[in-house]
Design a protein around this ligand. Sequence first.
Ligand code: ZN
Length: 340
Amino acid sequence: MSSLTEERLAPWQKEPFEQISRQYEQGQLPHSILLLGEEGVGREDFSVSVAQWMLCGAETKHAGACGQCKSCQLFEAGSHPDYHCLAVEEGKTQIAVAQVRELIEHMQESSHQAGWKIANITDVHALNASSFNALLKTLEEPQPNTLLLLQAEQLQGVPATIKSRAQLRKVGVADVAVTRQWLEQRHDFISGEMEAAIQLFPTAPYKVESFVEDGQAFKSGEFIYDYSDIVQGKQSPMDVAERWQSELENCVFWCQFLFHDVLYVQQGAGEDVVQLKGQFGATRPIAETISPKGVMLLLSKIIEMQRLIKLKSPANLMASWQSFLIYSSQIAIKYKNIAS
Ligand SMILES: [Zn+2]
């Protein structure tokens, strides 16, 4: 098949799409679908593809949205009257009850294009108690020919009513091989930075790509020099903690590679074999200052922080991070590298 939908779907999105389109063709489509997918798998793009396809008026629709018909044109222009997307407004952290009420009003109007009406809520976790209550009736007593797409990053914390009313569809990458293959197809080769980002986000291909393309990889690489200063007593740990606060997760990620490199260097490795080649000038002084035992200790603290990142525990993570940096400023005294 060759269509707009086909072009836009990533390989791992095809199966969930086919499940939905099969249900549609068999007249078995539920009124609400809970789309579950972690950041970096293109969950939002997927929901938009589903919506456009549902609204497409072409006869060849079984193959995906055409991109040509009136409905597709309206959709592409962002002005389809039967499609309503609800996201957190800029500067806010939650979806307001007024937004939900407006959405419900639209969903109760008759369809403008004599087809389906689709609501897309980009983050179920952003609904507060009153906005969720406003949505309840739509969820429990849906209008005919309406589809409610509800998105979430994880099932935990999704209200029970949504879980029981909506059909679950997962959009995700099964393993790192899929990520690697997709990146190889889009880029000539997998760069060192990309390889490093794959280690951190093995099942989030879009996240790997944006991490490298937005220069985040390079920017947080600069952190390594500040960190090296802490170990050498040239900068205060609290100053560095404050400066890099907004990049905390990336810094933790870089530290893991840093300590592996430090251990390599202590075994005699040179600049040509380390992973963070651009940071070698910061790696070497650390290798000369701290003993291998001290480096292993720091590495274990980094692994613990990676666990906190996965658990999405920002308060604990920040506390661990600060104590890690303070510890790093003291470690050269306790674990001095006497070999150098
Ligand atoms: Zn179309």
